[in-house]
Design a protein around this ligand. Sequence first.
Ligand code: NAD
Ligand code: DAU
Length: 339
Amino acid sequence: MHVLVTGGAGFIGSNFIFHMLNKYPNYRIVCLDLLTYAGNLSTLKSVMNKENFRFVKGDIADREFIFNLFNKEKFDVVVNFAAESHVDRSILNPGLFLRTNIIGTQVLLDVCKEYNVARFHQVSTDEVYGDLPLDRPDLFFTEDTPINTSSPYSASKASADLLVQAYHRTFKLPVTISRCSNNYGPYHFPEKLIPLIISRALNDEALPVYGTGENVRDWLYVEDHCTAIDEIIHNGKIGEVYNVGGHNEKTNLEVVKTILKELEKPESLISFVNDRVGHDMRYAIDPTKIKNELNWEPTTKFDDGIKQTVKWYLDNKSWWERIINGDYQNYYQEMYGDR
Ligand code: NAD
Ligand code: DAU
């Protein structure tokens, strides 16, 4: 099998490439990534010399480039991770999110249609469902929950999902979609809550918690997301959406305090800052469909996953220190300076 993984130099895409190369040594994997601020070639260092792996630098929204690539190489499966993925950045610059997440997906759909790719898998997010109220813990997102987006990021991901479904209905393109909850684990870019808190706590810096810290996210260890996508591309039903999550709901404050405890750092580092505008209150996935149809279940509990993640950041300081010492400093100032 010949698999194209877009966005594979980012957090989840790189973990997916490691998972696939490890589990399917006979597959050929090509990673296509633009290496934006979020893409990091050093993440892929350990697989760069493998004979069945190749890295290609390129933009999913560059139609000519993408059609040329498919003209030269025949892919059986395309897994689209490539995206602008940070909600806060989408508030600063919505246009970039529309270009990459919507137009980029459309270019990939067109090329898959032209070259009869056997499966296009779209890596989507639970954020397309909007949010749930804190006082209704009985409510969960199912695949039938209406799309109801809050941020330019989630609106762009929802638009891409609608296009994927339209290409299936109109052109019979063989597609699947996964909508996953918040991931955490190795190679998570330090602008996102968990790696941001770990890296700043290690440097004894103030830890920005938005609003009151009561917002709830449903955390999934990244390897569990990778096994879910693996299962969907091999055994999922064409045209279907699968929610991916594992009932690991935590408030942001709980997450931050767990990390501080693990690092033996004081809670006095916590600094409540102005809330994210349009901030979603609670995400919570109902994973019944993927469990019943594909027998998928997460294997890592949050208590174990967060310990492994903290250890990874302690053992791989050079990976994230290079990031936070670069352009990231300007980003941090712009995002948090006046908060
Ligand atoms: P990330 O920001 O870490 O990585 C995104 C990757 O895409 C980067 O390597 C970047 O260089 C690449 N990229 C960006 N624009 C590109 C373009 N135009 N062409 C080619 N490559 C481009 O993101 P992530 O957290 O790994 O998320 C991956 C996917 O999973 C995204 O589609 C995201 O919406 C989705 N998702 C993320 C989470 C999460 O918790 N992180 C949860 C559910 C779904
Ligand atoms: O639910 C899936 C989504 O999870 C993915 O689709 C997105 O790509 C991914 O970035 C993530 O979105 P969130 O907005 O939930 O993740 P983030 O890590 O940015 O924030 C998690 C929570 O922590 C959220 O409630 C905002 C809060 N937060 C975040 C940052 C960066 C803070 O309190 N302080 C911070 O500094």
